[in-house]
Design a binder for this molecule. Structure first.
Ligand code: C5P
Length: 408
């Protein structure tokens, strides 16, 4: 059984506070111990009993309660991670100024844990120069800012400022926490190490159309690629995701280009590759596509008992990007193989990295029971000489972080 980590969830006074309940719930279900520190304004939007029931811990609000146990610093000192969601414009301003006029402000100032905040406010407030400057200050301190997304706001209006979806906030927060803990670092030093790096990631599985309703596809869910994108984002990277037929949601804060087929992915990746510092080809790309796509639905009445498809080879995107890479650009490929023998799997990987010409190759075994669609992954990473540089088994998020560690 895993050891629970103490996560402090700070809730400030915005309407999105009601969604913080789901964030608390997700951390609890993840096996972590959650302590909610809510501002008095937050409790006008969501009830203390709800938060206490869901977090399974008392909810603290008042600076002048628990003085004997020095609560104003004790909560922050015990935290492995602090997440503030929603973070209002006012709370962001207070954080930027280092104010400690309430329990949450004291908790944050007294803590060396990584801090993740999820802003939520109206578009005008988000775009106000004061907020822009405050957010820049927080970023410069290594604080991870998730969102806000663009979408429907409280009233009839919509725009930037909507709090990022709870599952995205949780995923990013856990990536930040995993990283801080797995590196064994003092939590304070979990400064985003990929700040400003442009990371281009492909994810999902391509579909090669046969006719308007049918395609040749594969079983990739896109979970590993999306975990890579989330982890890179949490580490400060500017992430572009080229996504083919994902079965998972993508945080709205990630620039996403939707594609269907291998040719579409080829075009999108080639276009985005020029400005990327790092390219990770996590997508399962079809090696072949039907030579021609029928305009109308293929009908068995017309075809008869046997249907023969003629397939032609798709461009190998990874190999092309590797050949065209510019100095300093790092390219990482994936090799999903069904080989069950570990030595033969490695040999396949070594052969593949030589053919593809990329800098690293992430080798994993896939099948009905492994890799595709599952929550966990087991991978071996080879460098361009075929030397094993990393072996990791765990959640797709922890695998993602180990892969990103190679970028340095
Ligand atoms: O050759 P194979 O499909 O096993 O290679 C896997 C790696 O190559 C993955 O990184 C995948 O994204 C990439 N690939 C590609 N273009 C293809 C086929 C695979 O970029 N047509």
């Amino acid at each position: 059984m895993k050891t629970p980590r103490t996560i402090v969830v700070g809730i400030t006074g915005g309407i999105a506070a009601y969604k913080a309940v789901n964030i608390v719930r997700a951390f609890v279900l993840n096996g972590d111990s959650v302590h909610v520190v809510a501002t008095p304004a937050a409790l006008r939007f969501v009830g203390k009993p709800t938060l206490e029931a869901i977090s399974r811990n008392p909810v603290h609000t008042d600076l002048y309660e628990g003085v004997a146990e020095v609560r104003h610093v004790a909560i922050g000192q015990g935290a492995a991670l602090i997440v503030v969601a929603p973070a209002t414009a006012n709370s962001i301003a207070k954080l930027a100024a280092g104010l400690a006029d309430d329990l949450l402000g004291n908790t944050i100032l007294a803590s060396t844990a990584p801090l993740v905040i999820a802003p939520a406010m109206h578009t005008e407030m988000w775009n106000n120069p004061a907020t822009v400057a405050n957010v820049a200050v927080l970023r410069s301190r290594g604080i991870t800012i998730v969102g806000p997304g663009v979408g429907r706001l409280t009233g009839t209006d919509s725009g930037a400022g909507r709090m990022e979806e709870p599952d995205t906030i949780v995923a990013v927060a856990l990536a930040v926490l995993d990283r801080a803990m797995s590196a064994g670092e003092a939590a304070a030093s979990a400064v985003p190490d990929l700040a400003g790096r442009r990371v281009l990631i492909s994810a999902g599985g391509t579909r090669e159309p046969l006719d308007p309703v049918r395609f040749l596809g594969n079983r990739s869910s896109g979970k590993q690629g999306v975990a890579l994108a989330q982890a890179a984002l949490a580490r400060g990277a500017l992430v572009t995701l080229v996504a083919a037929n994902l079965e998972v949601a993508v945080p709205t804060s990630i620039t996403t280009v939707l594609v269907g087929s291998a040719l579409e992915m080829h075009e999108a990746m080639t276009r985005a590759a020029g400005t990327a510092d790092v390219i990770i080809m996590a997508a399962a790309v079809a090696d072949y596509r039907p030579r021609s796509v029928q305009v109308g639905k293929i009908k068995k009445e017309d075809v008869g008992d046997t249907l023969t498809l003629e397939l032609v080879k798709n461009p190998d995107i990874l190999a092309e990007l590797s050949t065209a890479s510019r100095p300093g650009q790092l390219i990482i490929g994936f090799a999903a193989e069904t080989e069950t023998d570990a030595d033969r799997l490695l040999a396949l990987g070594r052969d593949k990295i030589t053919r593809k010409g990329c800098d690293y190759l992430v080798v994993n075994r896939v099948g009905q029971d492994a890799g595709f669609g599952t929550e966990r992954n087991t991978v071996t990473v080879l460098d361009r000489h075929g030397v094993i540089v990393s072996e990791v088994s765990g959640s797709k998020m922890s695998v993602a972080n180990c892969i990103l560690d190679l970028i340095g």
